[in-house]
Design a protein around this ligand. Structure first.
Ligand SMILES: [Zn+2]
Length: 140
């Protein structure tokens, strides 16, 4: 059979049996994940690296460029809520950010862990209920 004839036949089969195709894909992915447990980690970290590159590869505030302490910061806060909505820092979260950046979003920046924590305190992004107490203790 000519390859293009086979392709058309495959396409007709897929159109008629979307459920079977989905099940087949699911079986393939389950098997693939079992055989390549590192694949998901690699995929996530590749996305994270692309985001880091797009955001300049260093802390927006102090210039730290050691990737081990860089974090993706949502410029106007809301990173945590967004993360919760997308079920923690998983692949979907990085896909979402990557897409936003590719469409020219200015909502993200890189901050090192130190600058990110300072921003949390300065913007009251930490439990505001006890902030006065924390500041009293730490500045006393
Ligand atoms: Zn910094």
């Amino acid at each position: 059979m000519h390859p293009s004839v086979q392709r058309d036949a495959d396409k007709r089969y897929a159109d008629r049996h979307p459920d079977k195709i989905r099940a087949k894909n699911r079986r393939f992915m389950t098997k693939y994940r079992k055989e390549h447990p590192e694949a998901r980690t690699e995929s996530i970290w590749r996305k994270k690296k692309r985001i880091f590159d797009l955001l300049g590869g260093k802390c927006y505030s102090c210039g730290e460029s050691d990737w081990r302490c860089l974090q993706i910061d949502h410029v106007n806060g809301g990173g945590n809520q967004q993360k919760k909505r997308l079920h923690s820092a998983n692949e979907k979260y990085y896909n979402f950010i990557l897409k936003e950046l590719q469409f020219g979003s200015k909502n993200y920046q890189l901050l090192c862990a130190n600058c990110n924590w300072k921003k949390f305190y300065e913007n009251n992004e930490i439990s505001t209920k006890h902030m006065a107490t924390i500041l009293k203790v730490m500045s006393g």
